[in-house]
Design a binder for this molecule. Sequence first.
Ligand code: FEC
Length: 313
Amino acid sequence: MNTKIGVLVMSYGTPQSLDQIEPYYTHIRRGNPPTAEQLKELKDRYEAIVGGVFPLRANTDNQVVALQDTLNRLNPYGDKEFVCYQGLKHASPFIEDGVEAMAGDGIKKAVGIVLAPHYSVMSIGGYIKRAEAKAAEAGIAMEFIRSYHLHPKLIEALAARVSKKLDLFEEAGAERSKVRVLFSAHSLPQKILEMGDPYQDQLMETSRAVAEATGVNSWQFTWQSAGRTAEPWLGPDILDTLRSLSQEQVEDVLVTPVGFVSDHLEVLYDLDIEAKGIAKELDMRLERIDSLNTDPLYMEALSDLVFQAEEKE
Ligand code: FEC
């Protein structure tokens, strides 16, 4: 009989209905409930994207299914089978539920991977810490993938999306070399820099690699989706960057959110509604690359990483 290797696929999590937004937001705020005003503002954003549906839910489900299929299709071992379990940071099934489900199925060895390519102690570090603690309690030996921001298949998948959209700009009459490619990612509090966190450097490395792979010279990196807290967050924010680009007479912008791998609020609202709205006011054309979602190359990249981690165990 084949040995079952567990794969804990971790992702941010999203509510499943409008009435779950409050507990979800409270969880993100480490148990502090949002004010009525903050809650309304978040509900309004979810309603604006798809009217009460939460795309990240189905997208994460699809990614987990696609990853399990890819793992078992490319499986280089004759005596092992890979079984994926979901573990979400801020919604059910939580990271701890995923580890418990593996233990319940008798899994003894597992690999943990996050559906986000760049390491920060405040993002991936947090996922791993929770999974490690629960795995130790459940008696599962786990190996973790901390980042994969330069995996060649990830870069290839992102580069293909950038090229496809640049072709569309050209077809619409724009000069390819004049389209400004704006790589973006979720901002984090500035204090991560004093902590020597690799997040910013990894994001720059991904951006540079995609620019090189696509022959793009006119590019820059910008932050997006900063939290609504009093402390300083990494900037410039994309909305300010768009205003500066307008002063530089840039007319065409291709947003490439390298820190996200799925369609969700931070892409569908922060970029497609908010950033596009500002671009319109500034008389700029703003497009964004399609999200990776279940892109086969992305699934292959994740599978390679799982196999490598499994060999280390
Ligand atoms: O579609 C959805 O339902 C969820 C979209 C979503 C993703 C996501 C990814 C990341 N976040 C990261 C860091 C922070 C920090 C705070 C924070 C707050 C929020 C709020 C919402 C939210 N995040 Fe998120 N994030 C998503 C959604 N995030 C909603 C709360 C309202 C707001 O501030 O907009 C601040 C927490 C605090 O108050 O202390 C920090 C990072 C990522 C990318 C890596 C990953 O996916 O884990 C980093 C998707």
